[in-house]
Ligand binder design. Structure first.
Ligand code: HEC
Ligand code: HEC
Length: 492
């Protein structure tokens, strides 16, 4: 398992121990400087060379023959978090109100728990600003301090925020559900409630626990407004190139009906394409809000009315915990939490990329040439929306919103909707420049590792990742070209 701390050591090693790991972290940030400089005089071949050379000298070696490409690291500054351009005055007002709700922490008297992973949406969706993903310091570590909970081994100060799913139940049948890390036992307002945390050490020893890290929600309103026809048309495009690379991909359809004999009828929906979450398992921002409120924070609501844990001695608020306020003085006050969360995410602007430089332009071309863009579709266009700012807009998300078989190396054994144990949604890459942890379980914070992890299995054993041929293309690039590709990814 790679942690942020682990990465630092790796970087230090790569710089041949000529400096301490702290220094190399700083250098990593400084590597951005030439990139910005080059952008000032974009198009100059001289500066283009400069950039590569400067990367060379700050990496292991001084001669270009032994130059090794490396991840420039998190892009400094903040390029996300504001509202969409062209919102109306009243939409902007609602954005502000909704933003505050997304940031606010809930308490036991307000309905927090009895089991949860944290106390606010914004705590997990935090970096680089509200709406993003795991910050450098894991808020779950501090959260545990206000209770009688203990920290499981996989929650560390410098590791990513994590939620846990169990692959199987004790009797061997599929589980797949989220098992909350914390309980309210020992927290302010929870007198008389005693609840044990799941036995994570046991589940880990049985290889039955998998992790998910938060996905950022910038630009989520644009993703929500992409019509199914646009997703299908993109799926059918470049058929020859995709076939040659072994790329298939399918949509995660929310199935109508979905009754299974002898089992409860779990949430049948409307037969359209689901698109949010690591397996594209969720249909809309409102639905994700309802689910996250109950699953991540233990707040029952008008979409998910029932407490996930009904232990009588641990109920300190009326259910559902969060409701529409019919006595409110203003329309905004009447909204329930879910509507506000969804509104914040819907009105949230996509992340702004860094200005193009000759290196990032070359990297962008390579991204298409070697086939990354066959899954990470640079742009899909939204349909007609009642919200003008979301209507007929390009969404530069770098995803086809389809699920792909990523092979045994990334497989987590969990099925969600039609997405099977080794299938994942092509991660949208916008905002990648400012992400610390990568892949569904946050297993690395190094972009090269993230790319190489796309490759596993083989056609001989019928478990090949659909990305194998593309990763082979990546591996064949020269080191300077790899560097251009990485510079491009960190410019997003
Ligand atoms: C404990 C951390 C945590 C908290 C608290 C949390 N989330 Fe998340 N969020 C996650 C994780 C983990 C995922 C990925 C889940 C998955 O796909 O399995 C996620 C994914 C999402 C997504 C999907 C975005 C996309 O495109 O994939 C949305 C929307 C979202 N969260 C909204 C919310 C809202 C609204 C709240 C507050 C009610 C919230 N989250 C609270 C951890 C958290
Ligand atoms: C077959 C489709 C496919 C191809 C081809 C592909 N990717 Fe991906 N990519 C995915 C999927 C699916 C994920 C999410 C996997 C997971 O988290 O387990 C992903 C995740 C990523 C991530 C991590 C993002 C995050 O949110 O953590 C990066 C970075 C990335 N891809 C870059 C690339 C690059 C660069 C290339 C070309 C060398 C490439 N990908 C080719 C499907 C693809």
């Amino acid at each position: 398992m790679f942690t942020h701390g682990g990465r630092r050591q790796t970087v230090a090693l790569r710089t041949a121990n000529t400096c301490s790991s702290e220094e190399s972290e700083t250098m990593k940030q400084h590597n951005i400087a030439p990139l910005v400089l080059a952008s000032a005089i974009a198009g100059s071949p001289f500066l283009f060379m400069q950039e590569v050379v400067s990367q060379t000298t700050s990496a292991t070696a001084t001669t270009s023959t032994s130059f090794t490409a490396r991840d420039p690291g998190v892009r400094p500054g903040t390029y996300a978090g504001g509202p969409l351009k062209n919102l109306t005055a009243s939409q902007l007002e609602y954005f502000g109100i909704a933003q505050a709700e997304f940031a606010s922490a809930e308490t036991v008297p307000e309905g927090l728990g009895p089991r949860m992973n944290l106390d606010s949406c914004g705590g997990c969706h935090a970096f680089p600003v509200l709406g993003g993903t795991s910050p450098f310091h894991n808020p779950q570590v501090d959260f545990a301090k206000g209770s009688s909970n203990s920290l499981p081994s996989f929650i560390t100060p410098t590791g990513p925020v994590r939620e846990v799913r169990f692959v199987k139940n004790a009797d061997g049948t599929p589980d797949g559900g989220v098992h909350s890390i914390f309980t309210i036992a020992g927290r302010a307002g929870a007198t008389g409630c005693s609840l044990a945390q799941p036995d994570f050490a046991h589940e880990l020893a049985m290889s039955n626990a998998i992790f998910r890290i938060p996905t950022p929600v910038y630009g989520a309103g644009l993703i929500e407004q992409i019509p199914d026809t646009a997703i299908h048309a993109n799926q059918l495009s470049n058929a020859t190139a995709k076939q040659a690379l072994g790329i298939r991909g399918r949509s995660n359809i929310v199935q109508a009906g979905n009754t299974m004999t002898g089992q409860p009828n779990l949430n049948g929906n409307d037969g359209t394409i689901a698109r949010f979450g690591w397996k594209a398992q969720n249909k809309s921002l409102l639905l994700f809000s309802g689910e996250a409120y109950n699953v991540e924070m233990g707040i029952s609501n008008e979409l998910f009315q029932t407490e996930r844990d009904e232990t009588p001695t641990c109920q300190f608020a009326t259910t559902p915990n969060d409701t529409t306020n019919t006595d409110a003085a203003t329309p905004a006050d009447a909204l329930n939490g879910l509507q506000k969360f969804a509104m914040f995410m819907r009105f949230l602007a996509p992340p702004a990329p860094a200005p193009a430089t000759p290196s990032t332009t070359r990297g962008s071309n390579l991204f298409s040439m070697i086939g990354c863009s066959q899954c990470h579709t640079p742009t899909l266009v939204t349909g007609k929306s009642t919200i003008a700012a979301l209507s007929n807009q390009p969404a530069n998300l770098y995803s086809d919103l389809l699920i792909h078989d990523m092979g045994p190396g990334l497989a987590d054994g969990i099925s969600q909707g039609q997405a099977g144990p080794s299938e994942f949604r092509t991660s949208p890459l916008w905002g990648l420049g400012q992400r610390i942890f990568f892949l569904h379980d946050g297993r690395t914070n190094d972009l090269i590792t993230a790319i190489r992890q796309h490759q596993s299995g083989s056609s001989r054993t019928s478990d090949a990742s659909e990305a194998n041929a593309v990763v082979a293309n990546f591996n064949r690039l020269s080191e300077p070209d790899k560097q251009h590709l990485l510079n491009f990814l960190r410019s997003l």
